[in-house]
Design a protein around this ligand. Structure first.
Ligand code: SF4
Length: 327
């Protein structure tokens, strides 16, 4: 038996891919990974796809980090204490190490840090693995052949331009089924053409695009642009409030006492101050007020440039390239 599975994120490319699957006129399943870091408009865009197109209802999958947080609690309570970690740091960590039910936040509480460009574990843990564990692997275990439709375009990046339109993956050779990837949008070059595919099914663009956002995956993504961060703050300030709260919680779960949503090295001035504290051996002077998301937003509103990576890169990571999971 062959199962066609379309991954949906609420963005333009995966929406067009879903519409192309509808046009094919054969049954398929559509799945979306709920990261807990999406804008409400994205949930609505995904949830209304079926009624707008006549296609299947999108199934949501979600990562659960309850066990891993429970394991970390035990580790903190035993190993950290045995290592002589100060009691206040241990107690603070134990105070926040309880699952919240929000996958993104729970992942960061478990890890004791936010993902970064170099440690971009979010895509795998929040999107690729839940779809794999909850949808793909069970089908392969029943000897099905699974064709996973991915909404990636060659024009988006050099890495994506190297991907074939159809490919067999060997990643699940421990199971009797077979997994293939199909990329029907690969040769669609312009964004206008992508939106046109959705439009012929009566699907409007995710409203976040009308505010000028280029990508509508996580809101915001750790890789969002400087301009997008300023935009998020001006139009959706409550999202920055949420990230500030997340930084407080994740910092409490971190042995060194702090973790920021965005990478400090994005801002050369912040990075300079950070290095100064590190070299002087005064990490206790680090504060979220000085390095946290609120300060990053203030920088995003300035012309202060410096290096334009990694927060401000346009190039999706390898995992995103392969799966189109973080459009
Ligand atoms: S959209 Fe960005 S923050 Fe979200 S999972 Fe992908 S890389 Fe991570």
């Amino acid at each position: 038996m062959i199962d066609h599975v379309v991954s949906v994120s609420g963005g333009k490319d995966s929406t067009a891919t879903y519409c192309l699957a509808v046009e094919r006129g054969r049954p398929f399943r559509a799945v979306a990974a709920d990261t807990g870091n999406e804008h409400p408009a994205t949930y609505e865009a995904v949830n209304r796809l079926a009624e707008r197109t006549g296609g299947p209802i999108v199934e949501w999958v979600k990562a659960d980090f309850s066990d891993r947080i429970a394991g970390k609690r035990r580790y903190v309570d035993t190993v950290w204490r045995a290592q002589g970690v100060p009691v206040d740091i241990v107690e603070r960590a134990l105070g926040v190490l309880t699952p919240t039910g929000n996958p993104y936040l729970d992942l960061c509480l478990w890890k004791g840090r936010f993902p970064s460009r170099k440690g971009q574990f979010c895509t795998q843990e929040l999107k690729v693995d839940p779809i794999d564990d909850q949808v793909t692997r069970p089908l392969l275990a029943r000897s099905h052949r699974v064709i996973s439709w991915q909404g990636v375009r060659a024009a988006e990046s050099f890495e994506r331009s190297l991907l074939p339109p159809f490919q067999r993956l060997a990643a699940h050779d421990d199971l009797p089924g077979r997994l293939y990837v199909y990329r029907p949008l690969l040769r669609v070059t312009s964004v206008a053409d992508v939106f046109a595919i959705a439009r012929r099914h009566g699907v409007p663009p995710n409203p976040l695009y009308t505010h000028g956002l280029k990508r509508v995956g996580c809101f915001p993504c750790i890789n969002c642009s400087k301009a997008e961060l300023a935009l998020v703050d001006s139009v959706f300030p409550e999202q920055i409030d949420r990230l500030e709260e997340w930084e407080r919680l994740v910092s409490d779960a971190c042995k060194r006492g702090f973790s920021t949503f965005f990478n400090i090295v994005n801002d050369p001035v912040m990075e300079g101050r950070w290095l100064e504290l590190e070299r002087a051996g005064r990490p206790e002077e680090f504060s979220l007020a000085e390095f946290g998301v609120r300060e990053m937003v203030e920088w995003a509103k300035t012309d202060r440039g410096g290096r334009q990576y990694p927060l401000f890169t346009r190039e999706p990571s390898l995992a995103c390239n392969q799966w189109g999971a973080c459009e």
